[in-house]
Ligand binder design. Structure first.
Ligand SMILES: Nc1ncnc2c1ncn2[C@@H]1O[C@H](COP(=O)(O)OP(=O)(O)OP(=O)(O)O)[C@@H](O)[C@H]1O
Ligand SMILES: [Mg+2]
Length: 227
């Protein structure tokens, strides 16, 4: 693995635009020409599974697995490690387009908004049929694309199954979409309904399984109805 120094990082931060930061500093940087993303990974706890299998390595491995299963995602250029700071850094190409969250926040027509939820439902059905459980599946981690093949970013945390997902995992995978309270202002109950309908139209499940799953998926968003 390539290495980098604390000085290199300092210079990189000065040269780039910071897309995301937390209490420890910048997390996601974008090059001045907007072509490259630098994502930093720090181990949050001293002792965690990341000690043996760093998130940066999982991120890179997941990009390869996703592509082999036919999903659009990040093109990794390199992975680096800074011994001094104990940080990993993954360098990848910036994909065109904005996240679904940014698209929903922008001034788009009602028809375009509906399309976001229809594509989201279809994309989730494809992931689940492909045995992909994307733990961070939310509006900020899928990019909009007009053809509906929504690219996945922020892919460090996922599980790959040999078979299509069980109905309980499917139901659980809808939850992160509603985890952030500020996303509730972007998703109405009707939008959720639309995504669920689109998902269920696309899924590879029996009629009985669909009938069992539908009320569970709608119940998850019950609080959207009351606001
Ligand atoms: N390959 C990419 N192409 C385009 N935009 C990207 C790409 N990678 C990241 N971004 C942009 O950077 C933002 C943050 O990236 P990412 O989701 O990977 O970071 P994060 O640290 O998980 O942030 P958060 O925890 O707030 O979701 C994304 O919402 C997106 O706008
Ligand atoms: Mg993210």
């Amino acid at each position: 693995m390539l290495s980098f120094s604390a000085q290199y990082l300092e210079q990189l931060i000065a040269d780039c635009q910071v897309l995301e930061a937390d209490g420890f500093g910048p997390k996601v940087l974008e090059s001045a020409d907007q072509l490259v993303i630098y994502k930093l990974f720090r181990r949050k706890r001293w002792f965690s599974s990341a000690l043996f299998n760093p998130y940066a390595k999982r991120f890179v491995a997941n990009a390869t697995k996703l592509k082999s299963r036919g999903f659009r995602t990040i093109e990794v250029r390199e992975i680096r490690y800074c011994k001094q700071l104990a940080y990993h850094m993954v360098v990848y190409e910036r994909l065109p387009g904005q996240s679904l969250r940014d698209r929903l926040k922008s001034q788009i027509s009602a028809v375009d908004r509906e399309q976001v939820f229809v594509y989201l439902g279809k994309m989730m059905a494809r992931l689940h049929a492909g045995g992909v459980y994307f733990r961070s599946l939310h509006l900020g981690n899928l990019l909009w694309c007009d053809d509906g093949d929504l690219p996945l970013i922020d892919i460090a945390d996922m599980r790959f199954y040999r078979r299509t997902l069980s109905t309980s995992l499917r139901q659980r995978n809808f939850r992160p979409l509603l985890k952030r309270m500020d996303d509730h202002t972007l998703i109405s109950f009707d939008d959720w309904n639309l995504a669920v309908e689109s998902y269920l139209e696309e899924v590879d499940l029996s009629v009985k399984e669909v009938q069992g799953l539908k009320p569970q998926l709608l119940a998850l968003a019950e609080r959207l109805r009351t606001g």
